[in-house]
Every structure is written in structure tokens, then in C-alpha cells.
Design a binder for this molecule. Structure first.
Ligand code: LLP
Length: 426
């Protein structure tokens, strides 16, 4: 059975058709952008981004959380600046992301730093930037941070990332809170570390961190994990360990097609009762929730190829631009940039120009007929789209465009051939 595209023109994003049947981002027709930038192009709505940040801020206002947007989802400086300006902090996982945080002048006290493999230079740079917390994933890492902080004569705050062994019911590759994954530390080991933490002269174990996975559609796995975490904190506090920060991670699911994930309000209604009368600073690290529906990847149809068994739409974007379908078999809705009323509907595979059979955006998808030269939009591509793109097949990465109301700006230039060979020597 072919799948039709379900993603609706609704409250979740600001992409919709105008009276001329042109797909617009906020008030700007994509055609107008693409005429200027060429294709493929990532196009983002700043309104959608801010609305999603606002939804979380409002839903949780009673506990005044620090919302640290997860840079890995979309690291474009203009997007980071848009969020930081509205009070968001940043969740980083590398020295490179710390560098980006610096570029948008995110205050160190709003930065948290996760990841299982932090290098010495990265740790030093984060200490220098006076970040709020290291989210630490192993005992050797904790000892290393303590040692480096000591050499720098600084005290740093640290959260242990707990692996609560909860199944978030999402794709295996983005499941992180089950015992067999490489992430975090189990309760027994973590308890020992907190209780022995006085031995650490320069790392203060003042927080607890948990992130169980991504694209989680219901509240239950969160509630299960957070309950376990809270009783663990009770135990620690009874033993005299003071916890000041509780970082609940990211992971909120979004609508790609016909999912029905919890809204920020529904999430808050489930979660907030758990935290009544608790004194710690709550931190969230949402990525996808904020940017996924705020972006599309626009591409041009190059050819329509018919074989004995299939019709292929071949586009000028490839898996190097958006790897999610190839990597996770992820579903992205595909909309024409110009809707033609008379267009017949056919079942297509939408594919890119790359030399791999995995280079597809949709398989067996019922779509309106699109002609070579016309543009299409691959929807819900704002998160883990550009950031996971590559130069495979020596293809320059796409440009990125940020729309605000009736105007737009290229916020990252398309890569040139010169960009492709920068730093190489013969
Ligand atoms: N915090 C930590 C520690 C994380 O590892 C992640 C995501 C987040 C926060 C943000 O999670 P979000 O709110 O975006 O679910 N490339 C995959 C997703 C990988 C997620 C990795 N960690 C995809 O395209 O679906």
C-alpha cells in the first residue's frame, strides 16, 4: 500500500499554500527563495522555532526551567542566536559546539556539556568558558575532569548521567536509556560515585542528568525514568549529598506524518506533579521539538524515470543532504512547492543522485505528479537534517535560509568546489 502524505497544514509549523497555490514559509513563497539561492536549500521559519521554545517555556513556567536547546539538532548560528536571544541556553556535545555557543555569545552559565568521549582540550575550553555543568558519562571521565580542573585551579559543577534502564519505544539508534547502550552510569555504580564524591577536590557532583532517547511520543517512558531518578535523589539526599540541578534531557517526539505525540502542555501535566516541592533547578535539552517542524529541504526535480516496475522522481538533493530516510528509514512528507490543481497522483520513489540504493527520500509514496524543473519540499527536516549532512560524492552542502515574516536571509552559503578541497594537499 502506498502511503500518502499526512503532515497537515496545522498549528505545528508555518509552511502553507497561498492563494496562488505556492508553498510559503511564513509569508515568503519558497519559489522566490529558490530563484535566488538555487537548490537544494534548507529553509527555516524563525516563527516556528520561537513558538516551540515558547510552548515549553509556558508549559513549565511554574518551575522556571533552564531550557538548553540541543545544538546537535541544528547548529546554524542564526538559529542559535534566535533562541539564545529569547533566553534559551545550549546543550553541547563537542568543542565545536562550544565554539558555536561562543559565537552567539551564549553565557557559560547556560551551557551544559554531554557526550561519552570528551577530550582534554575540549574539557579545558569548557572550563575556561565557565559552563554551568558537565554531564559526565563514566568514572574515568569524572576523574579526568577533576584532574584538569585542579590543574586550572578551578572548581566545576558536574552531573552524572544516569542510565535508568527504561525503554523509550523509539528507533534503536536513538534509544539511549537502556542498560545495553553506551550512555550514562547505572544506579548502583552512580550511588557509589556520589557517596564518594568528597574525594573529588575540584569537581562538585551537584547535578543529576538523564536522557533516555529521542522522538519519544508518549509521557510514560519519561515518567518511569523520572520516578526512578527522583527516588535515587531521595536516597542521595538522605545520605547527605545535595543535588542542585536536575537535567531531564530532551527526547520529545514531533509529528512527521500521522504520529500523535504529546504536546508540551500534556508533557508538563504528566511531569510537573512529580516535581512538586522539589528545590532543584530543572534543565531540559530539547532539540527536535524546537526545530524539526521549522525546516524543510527544498529540492528540484531533475528527471522523471520510469522503469518496468517503478516511477522515480530524481531530485538534486541526495542522502548527503538529508540522511534520515537512509539511516533510520525515517518518514518525511513531501509537498510540491507549486501545487497544480490538475496534477494526477502517482506512486513514486523519490531519490537523489548519489551512487547508493539507500539514497532515497520516500519509497512507494503517492504524490501529485511533478515535472522536471519543479521544486518539492521535504518536510520536517529542521532537526538532524543539515547537521548530519556530508560531502559524500564530493557534493557541496546545501545553503540554509532563515525566514522571518515577509523577509528571508541566507544564513549559510552553499558550499563551493573550493570549499570541498580546502585544507587538502597534493
Ligand atoms: N540531550 C542528549 C544527551 C542527547 O543525546 C540528545 C540527542 C538530546 C538531548 C536532544 O534530543 P531531542 O530532543 O532532539 O530528541 N539523529 C537522530 C537523533 C539523534 C539524537 C541524539 N541525541 C535523528 O535524526 O532522529
Amino acid at each position: 500500500m502506498p502511503r500518502t502524505d499526512f503532515l497537515k497544514e496545522t498549528r505545528i509549523h508555518d509552511f502553507s499554500y497561498n492563494k496562488k497555490n505556492e508553498l510559503c514559509c511564513e509569508k515568503v513563497p519558497l519559489r522566490k527563495i529558490l530563484e535566488k539561492t538555487g537548490s537544494p536549500a534548507y529553509i527555516y521559519s524563525s516563527k516556528t522555532i520561537l513558538e516551540h521554545l515558547g510552548k515549553l517555556q509556558r508549559a513549565f513556567r511554574s518551575v522556571r526551567p533552564l531550557i538548553c536547546y540541543s545544538v546537535k539538532a541544528n547548529a546554524n548560528l542564526a538559529i542559535l542566536k534566535t533562541l539564545v536571544r529569547k533566553g534559551a541556553g545550549l546543550d553541547i556535545v563537542s568543542g565545536g559546539e562550544l565554539f558555536r555557543a561562543g559565537k552567539v555569545k551564549c553565557p557559560g552559565r547556560k551551557i551544559v556539556y554531554a557526550g561519552v568521549g570528551k577530550k582534554d582540550g575540549e574539557i579545558r575550553a569548557a572550563i575556561r568558558a565557565r559552563i554551568l555543568l558537565f554531564n559526565v558519562e563514566s568514572v574515568p571521565e569524572l576523574e579526568r575532569i577533576n584532574e584538569i580542573a585542579k590543574k586550572m585551579r578551578r572548581r566545576v559543577d558536574v552531573s552524572l548521567r544516569i542510565n535508568p534502564n527504561v525503554d523509550p519505544h523509539t528507533h534503536d539508534y536513538i534509544t539511549t536509556g537502556k542498560a545495553e547502550t553506551k550512555f550514562g552510569i547505572d544506579f548502583d555504580r552512580a550511588r557509589e560515585v556520589y557517596l564518594a564524591s568528597q574525594k573529588l577536590t575540584h569537581a562538585r557532583l551537584s547535578g543529576v542528568h538523564v536522557h533516555i532517547g529521542s522522538q519519544i511520543e508518549t509521557g510514560e517512558p519519561f515518567v518511569e525514568a523520572f520516578r526512578k531518578i527522583l527516588s535515587f535523589i531521595d536516597e542521595l539526599e538522605a545520605a547527605g549529598v545535595r543535588i542542585r540541578f536536575l537535567n531531564l534531557g530532551g527526547g520529545l517526539g514531533v509529528i512527521y506524518s500521522d504520529e500523535n505525540p504529546q504536546t508540551a502542555d500534556e508533557f508538563a501535566r504528566k511531569i510537573l506533579p512529580l516535581f512538586k516541592k522539589r528545590k532543584f533547578q530543572i534543565i531540559f535539552e530539547p532539540g527536535r521539538f524546537i526545530v524539526a517542524n521549522a525546516g524543510v529541504l527544498a529540492a528540484k526535480v531533475l528527471y522523471l524515470k520510469e522503469t518496468g516496475v517503478k516511477k522515480f522522481l530524481i531530485t538534486d538533493a541526495g542522502m548527503n543532504d538529508l540522511i534520515r530516510p537512509a539511516f533510520y528509514n525515517a518518514y518525511h512528507a513531501i509537498w510540491p512547492v507549486m501545487k497544480r490543481k490538475d496534477a494526477k497522483r502517482w506512486v513514486f520513489d523519490v531519490v537523489g543522485p548519489i551512487c547508493e540504493s539507500g539514497d532515497f527520500f520516500a519509497k512507494g509514496r503517492e504524490l501529485p505528479e511533478m515535472r522536471p524543473g519543479e521544486f518539492l519540499a521535504i518536510m520536517t527536516a529542521g532537526a538532524y537534517g543539515f547537521t548530519m549532512s556530508s560531502n559524500y560524492n564530493s557534493r557541496g552542502r546545501a545553503c540554509e535560509v532563515l525566514v522571518k515574516g515577509g523577509s528571508f536571509r541566507v544564513v549559510r552559503k552553499r558550499e563551493s568546489y573550493q570549499d570541498l578541497v580546502r585544507g587538502e594537499r597534493i
